[in-house]
Design a protein around this ligand. Structure first.
Ligand code: HEC
Length: 408
């Protein structure tokens, strides 16, 4: 029962996480759009302290939005803050990271071919990596470098690239990508939590007390908002990339990761300029062309990288010794090679899947060990593997897999 329940809970948390994320990023996109579309208001509004207004129609009604230069004369009873969208996305995301990648570290986080980590070690590296990355970002923004935009951007890019590289050197492909996503997401939420919201609180307090508003916290909040804005497209990309093994299983996945983060932020730049009335189609065209070129290059280089990966996995496993394999292991390998490795291999032969789905390679005994629980789950319990039973596994082979794999 436990594996089933585990899966259900994973589904519920993921569902919630996606909804919270949509609410967060949606609200954030909406306010950026709002800010950039405000028009000079009529004089009677200006006299009330309104610096920009806007009319919209949506869902069967008209909306009138007004942005004040400083604040309203009297604080309204109910002021909406938009912070729980960010917090709940982070909380559910963290839960998901633990639920999937840490509770099932042996399958999802650790790839012995990359680094044979123990579970505790891997989790410590994950949590430590995210904490260190966040501390470096926060440290830079509080250092003198923060006032030198070019140097700051350069440092952030270098740190980002180092983390992309570092994560891919210790974790499975999926594990590395999700950690990069979690690091960026953590930075974004922390920006809301420690700078943006406190800045706003101070502003509200000053307006309520009728004091002049100190612009410094507002400016810092704005800067963090701009960072968050550029990080939205990369972070969403990282989250969905986990469904595309041709990216995260690639031997140069860290370079791909950096390129994709860079290109998606570049595309975001186009929209930011566009909202300000500046049209620079060259940005989006070059961004899209870059993505396309990357896809073409990766598709072309995939076969070579697959062959290399298979060769190195086979040499490593033959060091363990084919001859030392037990009869039971041999039987499992034979079923798997007949029914699974057309898709689940470093060099798949299937006509649809050119990279092992889910990042699940089943070429060697070591691979099978790593995925043991998931193999039983998918081919014996839920029986949805082989995919559409394309390789026509028999019922008795499913039973054999269960019996053979259930033994230690
Ligand atoms: C025709 C291609 C194909 C064949 C053959 C195939 N699979 Fe899959 N497998 C997939 C696809 C596609 C996915 C990803 C989608 C999904 O998870 O439902 C997948 C996902 C998986 C996963 C996902 C891991 C996880 O996290 O749940 C496991 C385990 C798995 N397959 C095991 C097997 C086993 C064992 C066999 C052989 C008995 C097999 N597959 C045969 C296509 C295939």
């Amino acid at each position: 029962m436990w594996p089933q329940l585990y899966e259900w809970l994973a589904l519920f948390i993921k569902w919630f996480h996606v909804i919270a994320g949509i609410a967060w990023i949606g609200a954030s996109f909406y306010f950026v759009w709002l800010d950039n579309n405000l028009k000079t208001p009529p004089n009677w509004k200006k006299r009330k302290g309104i610096k920009g207004d806007l009319w919209a129609v949506h869902g069967g009604g008209f909306y009138e939005v007004a942005k004040y230069q400083v604040g309203p004369e009297k604080m309204p009873k109910k002021l909406h803050w938009f912070k729980w969208e960010a917090y709940s996305t982070w909380i559910s995301g963290t839960l998901l990271l633990f639920w999937i990648y840490y509770l099932r570290a042996d399958a999802y986080l650790i790839d012995p071919q990359i680094m044979a980590l123990g579970t505790t070690q891997a989790i410590a590296l994950g949590v430590g990596g995210i904490t260190l990355g966040f501390a470096l970002y926060e440290g830079l923004l509080r250092s003198p470098i923060a006032n030198k935009p070019l140097l700051l951007s350069l440092s952030l890019v270098i740190i980002g690239a180092l983390f992309c590289y570092g994560f891919t050197q210790v974790f499975s492909g999926r594990g590395a990508f999700i950690h990069m996503g979690a690091l960026i997401g953590t930075i974004m939420v922390a920006n809301v939590w420690i700078k943006i919201i406190p800045g706003q609180k101070q502003m509200v307090a000053q307006v309520s007390a009728g004091e002049t508003v100190d612009p410094a916290p507002g400016l810092e909040a704005k800067r963090r908002s701009v960072h968050n804005n550029y990080l939205t497209l990369p972070v969403i990309f990282l989250m969905i990339s986990n469904h595309y093994p041709m990216i995260y299983q690639h031997s140069h996945s860290w370079l791909i990761l950096c390129t994709l983060i860079g290109l998606s932020a570049w595309i975001r730049h186009f929209f930011n300029l566009k909202h300000q009335g500046i049209h620079k189609p060259a940005i989006i065209v070059s961004g899209a062309a870059g993505l396309l070129l990357l896809a073409v290059f990766l598709s072309w280089s995939q076969a070579k990288s697959n062959a290399q990966a298979l060769a190195s996995a086979s040499t490593e496993s033959s060091v363990e010794g084919e001859s030392s394999m037990s009869e039971q292991q041999r039987q499992v390998m034979s079923i798997v090679q007949q029914r699974c490795t057309t898709c689940h291999s470093r060099m798949p032969t299937d006509d649809t899947f050119s990279a092992a789905p889910g990042g699940v390679n089943l070429d060697t005994w070591q691979d099978i060990e790593r995925w043991r629980a998931r193999i039983i789950e998918r081919s014996v319990v839920t029986k949805d593997m082989p995919f559409l039973n394309k390789t026509q596994i028999t019922e008795s082979e499913r039973q054999s897999l269960q019996q053979l794999l259930a033994q230690p």
